[in-house]
Structure formats: structure tokens, C-alpha cells
Design a protein around this ligand. Structure first.
Ligand SMILES: C[S@@+](CC[C@H](N)C(=O)[O-])C[C@H]1O[C@@H](n2cnc3c(N)ncnc32)[C@H](O)[C@@H]1O
Length: 208
């Protein structure tokens, strides 16, 4: 694991050019839509929204969706999409937990895709997620199953080589979430020595 923070600003302009990333976000979006009834009276937060691949997949179904990220470069790309598409229900917010920023607002659903493994200390963030949820609000986190450090070409800024589903569910419960369950959300194929390697992505869901 590499404690150096990865520079997502530098990657932002080319982020969506990787078809595997676009496909993964789309599969995660479909998994969330299959598990959580989204309606036009719902306010959603997407933590670690990046260029908004998941944000914009959920946007048509909800009243508002707020994309939060600590990379201004990523948020610039999302802001450009918002203005090109004239979207009025997508909000972006710069939040840097490492500088002491905290999450704020009130949401019916918080989602996060492929960001948790970049967070050093998951427990306090889960508590923040719970604090900003309305009563009976939901948290949906999609991330890698344990991958042994092989998923990323560089493990810069990667604090977890995926997650053990049971341990993460336990952390959800410690943070106060109820009815915690995990489903399979997606899979990613990557070239590896001797062939292709499949990495699986879970979706853990908890209710306030
Ligand atoms: C692997 S990318 C995933 C982006 C997007 N969710 C997707 O699926 O394409 C991780 C994102 O989390 C953001 N991130 C990393 N650490 C963060 C933190 N401490 N607070 C907020 N965002 C963070 C990065 O800037 C980056 O945009």
C-alpha cells in the first residue's frame, strides 16, 4: 500500500477515455437502480464522484444529486458535462477530508463508486455518511473485493487492496447502519501474466 495521495487532477481529462471504467460505472449504476427505488423526490450524494460517471447515470431518476470530490480537475470535467447537457439537478462540491473538511447536507441516499479504497480510515467516513442521511436513508458503497494489490498499475494512494465483505459489513454496523447486505455489482477484466484476471466489485448497502 502506498500512502502518497494519487494526483487525480492529472488523470481527469483522460478518465472517461478508458472504456472499462465507463462500463464499470454503468454496471454499478444498474446495480444501485436494481436495489434501491429511486424517485423524483430523492436527494442523493455521490462521494468521490470523479468525472460523474455514476452521478450522471443516477441523475435522471432523482430530484438532485450532489457530486463530492477532492480533485478540482475531476470536478471541472463534471461541471463541463453539467453545462453542456444543461442539467439543473446536479451540484458539485469540493470536499477534502484530508484538510479537515466534513460532509454536510441532508440526503436520502449516499453512493460511492471505487473511492473507498482511497480512504485511509474508513470508520470515521462511514459515521459521516450516516450523519448526513435522513432517517431511513441508505448508503450504497461499491468497491473491489480483496485483490491483493494487483488491480492498480500503481498503488499510489491506494489504502486498501479491496475489502473483505464481512469485515466491511461489520464496519457499517459499527457506524450505526442497519439491515446491512452485500450483493455482486460488477466485474472487471484486466490482462495479467498468463491471461486475463477478473476482479469482482461488490455493492454494500446499509440503512440509517
Ligand atoms: C477511482 S476514482 C472513482 C471516480 C468515480 N466514482 C468513478 O467511478 O469513475 C476515486 C475518486 O475519489 C476521489 N477521492 C479520493 N480521495 C478522496 C477524498 N479523501 N475525498 C473526496 N474524494 C476523494 C478522487 O479524486 C477520485 O475522483
Amino acid at each position: 500500500m502506498d500512502n502518497t495521495k494519487r494526483n487525480f487532477d492529472e488523470e481527469a481529462a483522460r478518465w472517461d477515455l478508458n472504456p472499462a471504467r465507463v462500463k464499470l460505472a454503468s454496471e454499478i449504476g444498474r446495480a444501485i437502480l436494481g436495489e434501491i427505488p429511486l424517485t423524483p423526490d430523492k436527494d442523493v450524494l455521490d462521494f468521490g464522484c470523479g468525472t460523474g460517471l455514476l452521478t450522471l447515470a443516477l441523475q435522471p431518476y432523482v430530484r438532485s444529486i450532489t457530486g463530492v470530490d477532492s480533485s478540482r480537475g475531476m470536478l471541472d470535467v463534471l461541471n463541463r458535462k453539467i453545462s453542456e447537457r444543461n442539467l439543473t439537478n446536479v451540484i458539485t462540491r469540493y470536499v477534502n477530508l484530508d484538510q479537515g473538511d466534513v460532509l454536510s447536507g441532508a440526503f436520502h441516499l449516499t453512493v460511492s463508486s471505487m473511492t473507498l479504497h482511497h480512504i485511509r480510515d474508513v470508520g470515521p467516513l462511514l459515521k459521516q455518511f450516516r450523519r448526513i442521511l435522513n432517517p431511513f436513508g441508505c448508503l450504497c458503497i461499491a468497491d473491489l473485493d480483496e485483490e491483493g494489490g494487483r488491480f492498480h498499475a500503481s498503488n499510489e494512494g491506494v489504502f486498501h487492496f479491496g475489502f473483505d465483505r464481512q469485515k466491511l459489513a461489520g464496519q457499517f454496523e459499527e457506524a450505526g447502519f442497519q439491515n446491512v447486505r452485500t450483493v455482486q455489482a460488477a466485474s472487471v477484466e484486466k490482462p495479467a501474466a498468463g491471461g486475463m484476471q477478473t476482479y469482482t466489485v461488490f455493492l454494500t448497502i446499509g440503512m440509517k
